[in-house]
Design a protein around this ligand. Structure first.
Ligand code: HEC
Length: 148
């Protein structure tokens, strides 16, 4: 009986390996936030390491994304994150929505609820130092000030 259960689970594991979500890997377009608003190089660097994997149209995938159900789980996070805030499509947002999202960006980093904890377990380099959080918050303020 136990042997049958194990064989069954193994078969399920093998089968699900063939069900892969489409990858989030689009080329950067003209609506990307860096194309529409100035962003200092240090802020670009932090956003690339800590935010764009989830909040943009282009994710840097880890090797374990090849294993299911890991890819489903990562894909779900990316979909959810992009649904709320997609820096690759920032230019398509109304001015009002841009301001609201930038205010949330500021509070997310100053209060420390972004990047997600589960991401930080693996991406230690994405944990923001107080200086990095301040750099993002200041940039968000400066950008809001430019939006009429
Ligand atoms: C591992 C994926 C992941 C990373 C990395 C990540 N986020 Fe998020 N973010 C999410 C998800 C999922 C949500 C939506 C659910 C929630 O609010 O928890 C979200 C929500 C947000 C929101 C709220 C948007 C709204 O309108 O409610 C802001 C702002 C935000 N993230 C900013 C950031 C910033 C800034 C960074 C980088 C410092 C970052 N996130 C890194 C996954 C991520």
């Amino acid at each position: 009986m136990l042997k049958k259960i194990i064989l069954f689970l193994l078969a399920v594991f093998i089968i699900i390996q063939f069900i892969r979500p489409a990858k989030n890997l689009a080329a950067r377009g003209p609506q990307h936030i860096e194309a529409i608003y100035p962003m200092p190089d240090n802020v670009k660097q932090i956003m690339r390491v800590a935010c764009y994997d989830c909040h943009s149209d282009s994710t840097r995938y880890p090797w374990y994304n090849r294993v299911q159900p890991v890819a489903w789980w990562l894909n779900h996070h990316v979909d959810e994150a992009k649904g709320e805030l997609n820096f690759s499509q920032f230019g398509t947002y109304s001015k009002q929505k841009q301001v609201k999202k930038l205010q949330k960006v500021k509070s997310s980093v100053t209060k420390g609820w972004m990047p997600l904890d589960s991401y930080l377990w693996i991406h230690k380099d994405a944990k923001l130092s107080p200086e990095q959080a301040k750099a993002i918050a200041d940039w968000a303020d400066q950008t809001i000030a430019q939006i009429p």
